[in-house]
Design a protein around this ligand. Structure first.
Ligand SMILES: [Zn+2]
Ligand SMILES: [Zn+2]
Length: 312
């Protein structure tokens, strides 16, 4: 019945594939039409949960095994069984986050968004695609900055955002370990964007995957940022200081809003005062009882002085 409208959604690309290969032949009775509302909602719930779990666990595991420096697990603020606890918390929250998210996907499948199919539908052609990529990143970065800052408000913080700050030395698996309300609010800008601005649906799916990779990457403990970009890009070093010192570096991709909002803090890991430096110092003093420390070229070897994190 919504024949023409259904074309205007990114999730229908995913739903069509899922229907064709799985749901229609193996799951739903033939009498239930593919564009039935309830059927679409159930399918979206399944697809969204599976997709989120595969992205989180798959990309998280790649990052954990190949990028995350396991030496960080010796840090005094690294919790017992932390990796397992991060995964458990994220996997418990994701199904709850998927419920309001699917409501937005459903509105999108029903044709209420400004997503389009063909480059020819782009208001500005190919340059329009490039521009929408840039505007998506800046729009979501701005929204997440303010939502995240709001979540740190003393009246809200304990209710929704504190669970993400249990991990002072996060691993890639902390990337999605949010209270459901927190996870949905911080994910909302991604889902709102295509209702406000035109966006190519394949680009939208690609950006969705990128966003997941980025979120994992700022928790991966790889503090390197290309020299000239250290003050522009909000990387893992910046976000680690957010976990350690709490009311700095709320941003997602860029330091722009932290600079404008007066919450920018130059990463301690880039000034020889980061988690690796503390671990090296404690090892040198024999306080970690372990001399396996591998010399790490990412930061210099000056010992840590002063506070190592802020208690909230
Ligand atoms: Zn925070
Ligand atoms: Zn974080």
């Amino acid at each position: 019945m919504d024949g023409e409208k259904i074309k205007d959604s990114a999730m229908d690309l995913v739903l069509n594939v899922a229907d064709y290969y799985f749901f229609t032949p193996y799951v739903y009775p033939a009498s239930w039409p593919e564009d039935g509302a309830l059927r679409q909602i159930i399918s979206l719930l399944v697809v969204t949960n599976l997709g989120a779990a595969v992205l989180y666990l798959g990309l998280g595991a790649i990052s954990y095994y190949f990028i995350f420096d396991h030496n960080l697990m010796k840090h005094p603020h690294f919790l017992e069984n932390q990796v397992w606890r991060e995964i458990k918390y994220a996997m418990t929250s994701l199904p709850w986050i998927s419920i309001p998210t699917v409501a937005l996907f459903f509105a999108e499948v029903r044709g209420y968004s400004k997503l389009y199919d063909n480059v020819a539908d782009s208001p500005l052609g190919w340059p329009g695609l490039f521009l929408s990529m840039i505007s998506f990143l800046f729009f979501t970065d701005m929204c997440i900055y303010w939502i995240h800052r709001f979540l740190h408000h003393k009246l809200i913080y304990k209710l929704f955002h504190k669970p993400h700050h249990i991990w002072k030395i996060p691993t890639p698996f902390a990337s999605h370990a949010f209270h459901p309300v927190d996870g949905f609010l911080q994910g909302m800008p991604y889902h709102i964007y295509p209702f406000l601005f035109p966006l190519h649906k394949v680009l939208y799916l690609a950006l969705y995957v990128f966003v997941n990779i980025w979120t994992i990457s700022i928790h991966d403990g790889d503090y390197r940022v290309p020299g000239a970009l250290t003050t522009v890009i909000n990387g893992s070093a910046h976000h680690t200081d957010h976990h350690l010192f709490f009311d700095y570096n709320y941003g997602q991709y860029f330091t722009l809003w932290d600079r404008l909002g007066g919450s920018y803090r130059h990463p301690s890991a880039l000034m020889g005062k980061g988690p690796h430096d503390l671990i090296r110092k404690l090892q040198a003093e024999g306080k970690l009882g372990n001399d396996e420390a591998k010399p790490n070229g990412q930061v210099n070897g000056r010992a840590q002085r002063g506070v190592t994190c802020k208690e909230e």
